[in-house]
Design a protein around this ligand. Structure first.
Ligand SMILES: Cc1cc2nc3c(=O)[nH]c(=O)nc-3n(C[C@H](O)[C@H](O)[C@H](O)COP(=O)(O)OP(=O)(O)OC[C@H]3O[C@@H](n4cnc5c(N)ncnc54)[C@H](O)[C@@H]3O)c2cc1C
Length: 274
């Protein structure tokens, strides 16, 4: 949709060209969300495209994804064969929307929009990704994915800060993964997303949870949990009042389906190892 209140459109080729930042300014990535609804508070859009931050890199430390990497690009990249966990990134793309959105929308845009239903946030949390953020004085700092989103459409980003890069450490790329998403209606928003990561050598298990809670959560086990341990951890680490309650599903329904998805997801991964 048109955003008639936008007065200025900037397309910098380097970040230093953005000398000031004021209320009413917004970064523009793929624009799939920004142009999907009125943004009456915005006056200036700063387009990230010409900064050329769309890389996917295999580095000695692991996988690096530039913030403006289009989601679709994750499907076609040639990853090292042993990087089994990139399947979770690809599932996040497949479960998101049609190619019309995934050809335009960026990985960084999804993470920074910080919708509770973000497909990428629970993946990044389960794979213990690290985000590189640049502040208005061009200094960069790194933060664990689990620290980034603090609520529904809330992140730690301060005005003028921008997500530059997402890194997934090498050891985490060799975990086995499973992505589960459930919605009340076929084309509806997710009621729960569970991303399970399992390390066969150490038997460690991590669950990245999304959509059932306002911001993604991580539940970790040092060995394969029994069904009872899994259910006990979910009950003790996330209180019922932290689950989303809305017109689509109650908090107790979301908690219940999340527990079932965790169990099924783990079972499916373990079957692969037999
Ligand atoms: C109707 C609808 C339904 C959707 N359903 C789902 C869903 O079920 N699951 C899901 O995961 N997603 C869903 N989305 C979100 C979709 O994935 C987003 O539109 C997309 O991820 C946003 O990416 P973009 O690159 O187009 O970002 P933009 O629309 O350009 O930007 C989104 C927001 O992120 C900020 N931003 C973008 N990049 C950066 C950066 N590098 N640093 C700092 N801030 C930045 C922008 O300022 C803006 O506030 C839905 C979107 C729509 C419109």
């Amino acid at each position: 949709m048109d955003l008639p209140n936008i007065e200025t459109y900037l397309r910098p080729t380097n970040l230093q060209a953005v000398k000031t930042w004021s209320p009413g300014w917004s970064w523009l990535a793929g624009g799939t969300w920004l142009f999907s609804e009125p943004q009456p508070h915005l006056k200036v859009l700063v387009d990230l495209e010409k900064l050329n931050w769309s890389e996917i890199e295999v580095t000695p430390e692991g996988l690096a994804i530039g913030a403006t990497c289009k989601m679709e690009k994750l499907l076609n990249f040639s990853y090292p064969e042993s990087w089994t966990s990139v399947k979770a990134l690809q599932s996040a793309v497949h479960h998101l929307a049609s190619f019309k959105v995934t050809n335009m929308a960026t990985v960084g845009g999804n993470i920074c929009l910080a919708l509770p239903v973000s497909n990428f946030a629970p993946v990044m949390v389960a794979l213990e990704a690290i985000y590189e953020i640049i502040n208005p004085t061009s200094q960069s700092y790194r933060v664990d994915a689990i620290e980034f989103q603090t609520g529904a459409q809330q992140t730690i980003l301060q005005p003028g800060e921008v997500l530059r890069k997402i890194s997934i450490p090498l050891p985490n790329l060799e975990w086995l993964v499973n992505f589960k998403r459930i919605a009340i209606t076929t084309a509806g928003y997710a009621a729960s997303i569970v991303v399970t990561a399992y390390h066969p050598q150490s038997s460690q298990v991590r669950f990245g949870l999304g959509a059932c809670v306002p911001a993604p959560r991580l539940i970790k086990f040092s060995s394969i949990p029994t069904s009872a341990e899994l259910s006990e951890a979910l009950l003790s680490e996330i209180s019922l009042s932290e689950f989303i309650e809305d017109d689509k599903a109650s908090a107790s329904y979301r908690r219940q389906v999340t527990q079932i998805l965790m169990q099924r997801s783990l079972e499916e991964i373990l079957c692969q190892t037999l």
